[in-house]
Design a protein around this ligand. Structure first.
Ligand code: TRP
Length: 452
């Protein structure tokens, strides 16, 4: 495939902020806090941190190196190294195609809440039934989702350097500042101390096998591993950039935001619910139902709610930008379409696929696939099935097909690879076992054999 018109980042900070932008998203802000609360608080945090600096570091580095080495997006990257393995590139590329539509639906909900808080509707949003009332209307959620997608499209059309990089440079630092403000406010509420202790102090009696599985799954989602995006961003990265250091910075950013999100959510919800863990339940309900109630009870609900949803919007947008970029670059590289054409058509496709997801809460609510509503079905297929399989095969591909030296040499182009030894061991043995473990346990849990 022709590489002549590929865009690129301006330098190290461009890659770091854009990759961090793809990593920091809804996953950090609503998924991480409830998983941490559900799987033992401090002990989950500890397991998560260990996994990020070992398995996470290894896989993010390996994918970025594959992208930079081949200068191509996922499909081209795999098939240029081995013709027979082109299918793995397809597998990687399909994941963002599935995630983008439902991500935009949730992004639309975030804008709706932002506007509600901005216009002083905090108490209204805290009312029981507000969320259900909103999503069960057929038209309104579609309009918000279209707005979210349009914002995403606008940035991606701006290009890699002028659009994605520029927006990330603005939104990522802003996001960090806003989340520290909310976290400080949240942990200084009366009664928050107990929640803080639960969140920070590891209690080994809460440890179980499921702690590791949940932390692993969250880590893959959060770092956007095996989704084609790191390969694409790697291909935009200049050869002289210190990859080991950049990857560490991306991880630090992503993990810090997740950690701070836990500080925002866990103590506040603990205080609000009087220590009842059931209040920290999964999915949209924590962010869209419990948190508005918590904000409302705090006194300054409208202001805090507004700041909170603004930072969630920034996080969601930088991720959806990355998702659209990953989808668009696939068509650009494979079909030879112009960047503009593939971006526009990818966004149009995402809009069409997002419709059944949004309608799944109203017109199509009776319709389920494998017992899931549409949003959960898309989420299940992408994160529980395709992603672990793609990650597993990527480890095998690098260590058994092309040889690990291919990746090591690429990393060493710009600087010595300090963690080469642990990288090699993890990629050969630890990461394949972990990815298989996620796959098997997700499958068993979907069959109802175990509960995650
Ligand atoms: N990492 C993002 C988050 O934490 C979500 C995500 C998953 C993503 N896969 C992706 C973002 C691929 C960009 C590209 O919310």
């Amino acid at each position: 495939m022709s590489n002549t018109h590929r865009s690129s980042f301006s330098g190290k900070i461009g890659f770091v902020l854009a990759a961090a932008g793809s990593a920091v998203g809804l996953g950090n802000i609503w998924r991480f806090p409830y998983l941490a609360a559900k799987y033992g608080g401090g002990i989950f945090l500890l397991v998560y941190l260990i996994l990020v600096v070992t398995v996470g570091f290894t896989l993010v580095t390996a994918e970025t190196a594959l992208g930079r080495k081949t200068g191509q997006s996922a499909i081209g990257a795999f098939s240029s190294l081995s013709k027979r393995w082109g299918f793995l590139g397809v597998l990687n590329s399909v994941v963002p195609i599935i995630i983008l539509p439902y991500y935009c639906v949730i992004g639309g909900w975030v804008i709706k809440y932002l506007v509600t808080f901005a216009s002083g509707g905090g108490s209204e949003a805290a009312g029981t039934g507000f969320f259900t009332g909103f999503v069960s209307q057929p038209v309104q959620p579609i309009l918000w989702l279209a707005l979210f997608l349009a914002l995403t499209l606008f940035v991606v059309l701006g290009g890699v350097e002028k659009g994605i990089e520029k927006v990330s440079k603005l939104m990522m630092p802003a996001l960090l500042v806003l989340s520290v403000i909310i976290a400080v406010y949240s942990i200084t509420r009366p009664g928050a101390l107990e929640g803080l202790k639960y969140y920070l102090l590891p209690d080994f009696s809460h440890f179980s096998f499921m702690t590791v599985i949940a932390a692993l799954g969250q880590m893959f989602f959060s770092l956007s591993i095996a989704m084609g995006i790191l390969i694409a961003y790697g291909s935009y990265t200049p050869k002289d950039i210190d990859m080991e250091k950049s990857v560490k910075q991306v991880e630090l950013f992503d993990t810090s935001v997740a950690f701070i999100a836990g500080l925002m959510v866990v103590p506040a919800v603990f205080a609000f619910s009087g220590g009842d863990q059931a209040a920290l339940n999964a999915g949209p309900s924590l962010m869209f139902e419990t948190l508005p109630k918590v904000f409302d009870s705090m006194g300054a609900g409208n202001v805090i709610g507004f700041i909170f949803f603004l930072l969630v919007l920034f996080a969601a947008l930088t991720s959806s930008i990355a998702l659209l970029e990953a989808v668009a670059v696939t068509f650009q590289d494979r079909l030879g379409w112009s960047r503009r054409k593939s971006t526009l058509l990818s966004a149009a496709g995402a809009m069409v696929l997002a419709l059944p997801v949004a309608l799944g809460y109203n017109v199509l609510s009776g319709f389920t696939l494998l017992g899931f509503n549409m949003l959960d079905f898309f989420d299940f297929v992408s994160n529980s099935v395709l992603m672990p399989v793609a990650a597993f095969l990527t480890c095998i591909f690098i260590t058994r097909v092309v040889g690990i030296e291919t990746v090591l040499d690429e990393v060493k182009l710009s600087s010595p690879f300090k963690r080469q030894r642990s990288f090699t061991i993890i990629l050969r043995y630890v990461a394949p076992v972990c990815t298989l473990a996620i796959f098997v346990s997700q499958l068993l849990s979907s069959l109802g054999v175990i509960s995650i």
